[in-house]
Write a protein that binds this ligand. Sequence first.
Ligand code: SF4
Length: 290
Amino acid sequence: MPENEQERPQLTASMVGMIMKCGPQFIRRFGDRFGIWPEAEIIPPNQSLILGKSVHKATESLLRKKMQDELYDSIVAVAEAGDIARDNVVGEFSGEVYFPGKSRIEISQIRDESIDIATNLVTVYSAEVVPIVSPSYIEYPFVLLLKNFDFDLSGQIDLVEGTSVRDTKTTGSNPGKFAVITPQSAIYSLWYYNKYKSLPTSIVYDYLKYYRGKNNISYSYKEIGALPSKKWIEPVYRRIEQIAETISLCQRGKVDPLNAWSPADSTSWVCTAKYCGYHSTCKFWSGREE
Ligand code: SF4
């Protein structure tokens, strides 16, 4: 599996995650890239997407400063990163956003709240993560060419540190017991194996957590130590094979793309108007607002 840039459709870990959560959602958002849907139906971002993107940009700036500047000054770096987060949130809210049923005043309150959350999460990251990491690479993009498929695997690794891979998540809930056993972890391991011919010694997820209404910000991490092994990468690889077969069936008109993978569990928060921008035109919608 050589690593290279190429003009072929690219499957990412978050797409695999989306297929597992809701097939129709994946088809409508990304099916066009695989020639199985007319065009991408892009839903404007909601609060969690805006926070994720804004905080990510700011933490990247902190890490770059730490990596490049021998005289790293955390006070200056945090102030700058906070500005990056704030500017990003403001920029996102100046465009189209997805807050069904919310008035303009309510959306502007959510924007102000998001600025506070984002800047506080950056401060937490600066205190908890930056001091303990020595980055080898930051935002490392990769493409894994898959010889036997019509697409490749791609992604971007937040942070590589020696033999360890690290990823930052912003989340409004506590990560579950198996939160780290994901296609993302397996694909990171595949990438690492492809590059170094050995598996990473660990994959660490840094969780920057916010709880709305409680003004509560906190940090925790989860680490896969001995786990990144072929034993659990194999099932993900098989799932990718299944995805390729299903895409091929859709391309040949043998399967209706909207029925290719299961829709979201109708009891899940995923299938609510609050979280799914496709609900109003989706025949599988649970009918729940939130
Ligand atoms: S409404 Fe439910 S089933 Fe339909 S795309 Fe959204 S999450 Fe999937």
